[in-house]
Design a protein around this ligand. Structure first.
Ligand SMILES: [Zn+2]
Length: 338
């Protein structure tokens, strides 16, 4: 690969992952010859773990500067590293959303998830009895420990049972059943591909500028995943939503998705917002709907007084440069070849 091509692909990868250019370049070199600068998860367990992490984290309670509090990601075929926005409040939220527990027969957190540490001391999340794993980086060891201890105490106080440090090699039948989520007899092949691929492209959610708030939820049934994401912007900030579509459908770093609806009200000024729908192609199933609109100014004032540090980062738009550079290369929205 020529140096120019490697640099161009590193820019594209960095727009998706929010890695720095040098790191994206290093990862591409490690990947070796591949047509896909952002690798897909190599096996269904890895996809499933990543899908559940997005499912549990896509609707943060508070305001995060980066999408779902994830600053950047480093996807590898058999592993994902998530670099987390480090503040104690967000770490407590992650612990609460991810670590599994059982309360009066109901399961919370990610079923089957077990938590350990990697050889650097960073939290290592894995699915019991599988090779699927995700590392969380950027969290101070003390913050993680305090959050886990606090969550364990809370669970004990309400009579719930922590499950994240029981057997590392086996999960309960209840965990296994919930983890599958999709009805096994009717499911399509690898139904978790979409959420996993979106999590591996966290930068897609910043390609239109950092939203003041981003929430996502799944509306999928038992056969395939459907996701909706709502981008709420500080009034006056740009809503360059075509850049999100460009990245999601980019032939080299995008997904097998095509834009089926794209409604823009930016120029009409009536403030109803803009939205787009993308449907899976190439034998895949699933869909993504994106909604873009401005926040109410009063809401912004209230959020900003509650989360000043996060809003300072959002206003600075400190990740926009990478997205700008690669999005400029993307041209107009296009469909992936099917
Ligand atoms: Zn628009």
């Amino acid at each position: 690969m020529t140096r120019d091509k490697l640099d161009r692909l590193a820019d594209l990868r960095a727009a998706c992952t929010l890695e720095k250019h040098a790191e994206a370049r290093r990862q591409l070199t490690l990947l070796g010859p591949t047509p896909w600068p952002v690798p897909t998860a190599a096996d269904p367990d890895q996809e499933r773990l990543e899908r559940w992490i997005l499912h549990r984290c896509a609707w943060p309670n508070g305001i995060t500067a980066y999408p779902f509090g994830f600053q950047h990601v480093t996807p590898e075929p058999d592993h994902l590293t998530i670099h987390v926005e480090s503040n104690p409040e967000h770490v407590r939220e992650l612990v609460k959303e991810l670590l599994p527990n059982e309360y009066e027969g109901d399961l919370g957190g990610v079923p089957g998830l077990r938590a350990g540490r990697d050889n650097t001391g960073a939290p290592l999340l894995y699915l019991a009895g599988t090779r699927a794993s995700v590392t969380l980086r950027g969290i101070a060891a003390k913050d993680w420990q305090v959050a886990v201890t606090g969550w364990r105490s809370h669970l004990a106080s309400i009579g719930a049972r922590p499950l994240w440090d029981i057997s590392p090699t086996a999960m309960s039948m209840e965990e296994s059943d919930l983890l599958q989520w999709f009805d096994p007899p009717s499911t399509v092949k690898r139904p978790c591909w979409l959420a996993s691929a979106l999590l591996r492209r966290i930068g897609t959610f910043t390609a239109s500028g950092l939203p003041a708030r981003l929430t996502g939820w799944t509306t999928g049934g038992t056969q395939h995943d459907r996701w909706k994401f709502e981008f709420e912007f500080i009034p006056g900030h740009r809503r360059a939503h075509e850049r999100v579509l460009n990245l999601l459908t980019h032939p080299e770093v995008g997904l097998p998705l095509r834009v089926t609806k794209d409604v823009c009200s930016c120029r009409s000024g009536h403030g109803h917002g803009c939205w787009a729908t993308l449907q899976a192609t190439s034998g895949h199933q699933g869909s993504v709907q994106l909604l873009f609109h401005d926040c109410d100014p009063g809401t912004v004032t209230s959020w900003e007084s509650r989360w000043p540090a996060q809003f300072a980062q959002i206003r600075a738009g400190n990740s926009a440069k990478t997205a700008d550079r690669a999005a400029a290369d993307c041209g107009s929205p296009q469909e992936n070849p099917s």
